[in-house]
Design a protein around this ligand. Sequence first.
Ligand SMILES: NC(=O)c1ccc[n+]([C@@H]2O[C@H](COP(=O)([O-])OP(=O)(O)OC[C@H]3O[C@@H](n4cnc5c(N)ncnc54)[C@H](OP(=O)(O)O)[C@@H]3O)[C@@H](O)[C@H]2O)c1
Length: 332
Amino acid sequence: MKAVIIKEHGGPEVLSYEQVSDPVAQEGHALVKVNYCAVNHLDIWVRNGMPGKSVVFPHILGCDICGTILEKFGSFKKGDSVVVYPAVDSNIPRVSFGIIGGFGKYKGGYAEIISVPKNNIIKKPNWLSDKEAAAINISYLTAWNMLEKSRCKKDDTILIWGANSGVGSAAILLAKAKGLKVITITSDKNKTTLAKRLGADFIIDRSIKDVTSEVLRLTNQVGVDAVIDHVGTKTWPVSLEVLKVKGRMVSCGTTTGGEGIVNIRSFYSKEAQIIGAYLGSKSQLVSLHKFMKLKKIRPVIDSVFDLKDVKKAHQRMEESSQFGKILLQVSS
Ligand SMILES: NC(=O)c1ccc[n+]([C@@H]2O[C@H](COP(=O)([O-])OP(=O)(O)OC[C@H]3O[C@@H](n4cnc5c(N)ncnc54)[C@H](OP(=O)(O)O)[C@@H]3O)[C@@H](O)[C@H]2O)c1
């Protein structure tokens, strides 16, 4: 089969499109022909490498998969359209789970065929196209989990960082469909225009405005009920500062770094909560599909690249030029 493999960690140049052996399904696993695989920030982390984390080279990235079943099992027939729930056992103490194509032993979806645990395979909802279905399993599921953990109710106000990001754009669509008031952040005019189309109520362009004072102005100095923070070091102090009394900051990412400064006095005196969110469960993915169907939500797709053009796809994400999900077309 054709696949993009990495034989070492590094920049986009380590992504190599090659002919490799087909995987063999072990006990309890099934082979899936990959049609589309979305690009996620995790792919960049794994490609670059991280201290204390390891993969077995050659490794295959890609965790966000839509494809077709290659051999029947259980209630699945050959040719059924499916998505792959990305979480697998982590085998690491105090870590909830590993991610297919992430750090760990599972090879990912930048390949024409993937072997995954049968238990991770879910029928693709037929109202979603293959592209759309591949865009949901990571960013939308994480955003859904974060919104649930935020415990926001209708008419509550939520701050969502990075309107153009996979997680941010998903969170805006889902939060609006839940009846929340959304303040979101962009960094240029074009992203602001696109964020308006997603239905955000207030958009702050951080290249021209100070986020803390704008959020406080928009909320009459009260602050927001919750913050969806996937950015990390650079945004944590602001996220905590703009929380109202008893506000919740839900954190899932470290795009700008993994160390967060917490003003402890301000944190306890407003009885704030910092809540971690890691992906979401398989049953949450199924309820997310139902919610999106009910509310007629289609994932925002930025662009589709051929698998062999994966370097361009990674560059687009690393430049943060995307608005929504970047996809790889793996097979047709
Ligand atoms: N815990 C989990 O289960 C889970 C699941 C999914 C994702 N994640 C993590 O969540 C993060 C986002 O993932 P993604 O795939 O959505 O990423 P992405 O599409 O690459 O988006 C990155 C976002 O970060 C924003 N950003 C960068 N620097 C910033 C700064 N200094 N201030 C404010 N915003 C800044 C960018 O905004 P501009 O373009 O405006 O700069 C962009 O919106 C990643 O760290 C990823 O690993 C975690």
